[in-house]
Design a protein around this ligand. Structure first.
Ligand code: NAP
Length: 515
């Protein structure tokens, strides 16, 4: 027997969708006696004649592109706008992945297909919070997915942090990758012999490799021209990568470590005594394959240490069990960093099995002329967005943004989702965002199926956004604008045997995009 209509109408999925389509669909349901209400509702949701599901993804990096791709695949009626603060798409793949890692950038082919999809629009040079507010986006779209990553840096909060010569690794990475916000960042490498990098994650390794690798090996990559010019003039001889914990806890991965250890004619300096392990270390090494591989590579590097003393040879030193205590001002160049004062550490179990670095009260100074803080990126909030300032993420359950970070009374905000570093913190490789996007899009699907998304109402989507931005004189860069930038960069690159020569200033980018 067909189910009674009032039973179906009572289902929350149908509470907001009484349209002519609904009534037609409802008659079909009664006639066909078919499957679960949720399945029927999903069919309704995907009906080509239904009101398009208007989706806005904020951020065109890996998390944003994967989320857009999944929404397009799951909903035939989805119209997805991917907006970005920059004039160029692809976020970290363009401005984070190191230029000598072209294989990692192959994912750009997939992301390009997403942005060129007939139901997707890339819209660049739109800054959430200044060009358009979050509540405005929520009014314009059924679904807003925030995937704008982590564009700031964790701070150490120690004395001397604002001295000249101390930079975040992010700024350094953006500079060599031609990010327009760091085109003026000019670390005068001519006058620098020793660089201290704080942190031992993969970003720290990228920075060390770019500083130490022979420039002939970099000049054929898409490294920014200003960076290769500066690196050619560089007098950097030593890079000291400092970690507050030991070799068994180093945050980097084996492939990236092997690469830096394999740099031609590079002396590796690791204190043998640092490799002595405790029972707690042994436990980590036994259970964690990545940590074990990293530890083995470091041990091998100590064993194969060259004994020759070539003073012009470049050197990478790994410093363990040292946490930065303060930065020291230079006597010769007041206002400029001259050393990092480290406090020696010992490891203690924090109660959960994690080994924490505890200061021992013993201090030592390490001379340097430049410091790169590579202790992790940080997401920034925008007005109207619930934000957990301690964790640096948007409070969420499986990608559903929660109304506040305090936990107890938090409820999901209708139509607002989060994905990528903004959702889970600044860790993970590009592929991690694939799973992250899958989770967020599944939550969206569940919400649509359960009818908790008010998608029966018409939303202006792209047209409304463009009208609003037009009234504010925002120079939007459409995908065709990016194609012009892309063509110009490739043309400039070909002149120098590079895959591309990036345009590195806002003016150039907007001019070439014709925005
Ligand atoms: P990360 O892997 O989290 O490493 C951060 C480093 O900073 C760790 O060594 C950490 O030490 C240290 N640190 C944090 N707070 C500190 C403090 N207050 N004082 C001293 N040291 C501190 O971060 P990341 O290197 O920025 O990388 C971000 C993510 O991108 C990672 O998942 C990374 O794997 C990924 N990535 C991957 C690639 C690649 O695959 N080629 C390249 C770049 C980035 P503790 O361990 O003691 O906390």
């Amino acid at each position: 027997m067909a189910r009674k209509p009032n039973f179906i109408l009572a289902h929350p999925a149908f509470s907001r969708v009484r349209t002519p389509h609904f009534d037609a669909m409802f008659r079909v349901i009664r006639r066909s006696r078919c499957g679960s209400i949720n399945r029927i509702f999903r069919q309704y949701s995907d009906s080509p004649s239904a009101e398009p599901l208007r989706v806005c993804v904020v951020g065109s990096g890996p998390a944003g592109c994967y989320a857009a791709e999944k929404m397009l695949k799951r909903y035939e009626t989805a119209r997805v706008d991917v907006i970005d603060r920059l004039a160029t798409p692809f976020g970290l793949v363009r401005s984070g992945v190191a230029p000598d890692h072209p294989e990692t950038k192959i994912v750009l082919n997939q992301f390009t297909r997403v942005c060129r999809h007939e139901r997707c629009s890339f819209l660049g040079n739109i800054s959430l919070g200044s060009s358009v507010s979050l509540p405005e986006l929520q009014d314009l779209y059924h679904v807003v997915i925030l995937a704008y990553g982590a564009e700031s840096d964790r701070a150490l909060g120690i004395q001397g942090e604002d001295l000249a010569g101390i930079y975040s690794a992010r700024e350094f990475v953006w500079w060599y990758n031609g990010h327009p916000d760091c085109s003026d960042f000019n670390p005068d490498l001519k006058d620098i012999e020793i660089v201290v990098i704080l942190g031992q994650g993969n970003v720290a390794l990228d920075a060390a490799r770019i500083l130490l690798r022979p420039t002939e090996e970099l000049s054929c990559t898409d490294i920014a021209n200003h960076a290769i010019v500066s690196l050619r003039e560089s007098s950097v001889r030593k890079v000291k990568m400092a970690g507050r914990r030991g070799p068994a806890q180093a945050a980097c991965t084996a492939k990236e470590l092997r690469e830096v250890l394999g740099i031609n004619d590079l002396r590796i300096n690791i204190k043998e005594s640092d490799l002595v392990t405790t029972p707690a270390d042994e436990e980590v090494l036994k259970n964690d394959r990545i940590r074990r591989r990293v530890y083995e590579l470091l041990s091998k590097a100590v064993a194969s240490k060259s004994s020759g003393d070539n003073s012009s040879q470049r050197e990478l030193e790994f410093i363990f069990f040292r946490k930065p205590n303060m930065f020291l001002d230079s006597n010769d160049r007041p206002g400029h960093v001259s050393a990092v004062q480290f406090e020696k550490t010992a490891l203690r179990d924090d109660g959960s099995g994690k080994q924490m670095a505890i200061g021992t009260g013993e201090f030592e100074d390490t001379e340097c002329q430049m410091v790169l803080k590579s202790i992790g990126y940080k997401s920034i909030s925008v007005k109207g967005l619930p934000f957990d300032h301690r964790a640096g993420v948007v409070p969420n359950t499986r990608g559903r943004v929660l109304s506040d970070a305090s936990g107890n009374s938090a409820v999901p905000v209708e139509g607002l989702y989060v994905c990528g570093w903004l959702k889970r913190g600044p860790t993970g490789i590009i592929a991690t965002n694939l799973y992250c996007a899958e989770e967020t899009v599944s939550s969206i699907s569940e919400d649509i199926d359960r009818g908790v998304l008010a998608r029966s109402s018409q939303k202006p989507g792209t047209a409304g956004l463009l009208e609003l931005l037009g009234s504010r004189d925002v120079r939007v860069v459409p995908y065709s604008g990016w194609e012009k930038i892309d063509a110009e960069e490739k043309r400039l690159g070909a002149l120098q045997n590079k895959p591309r020569e990036k345009l590195t200033t806002w003016n150039e980018l907007l001019r070439v995009a014709g925005a």
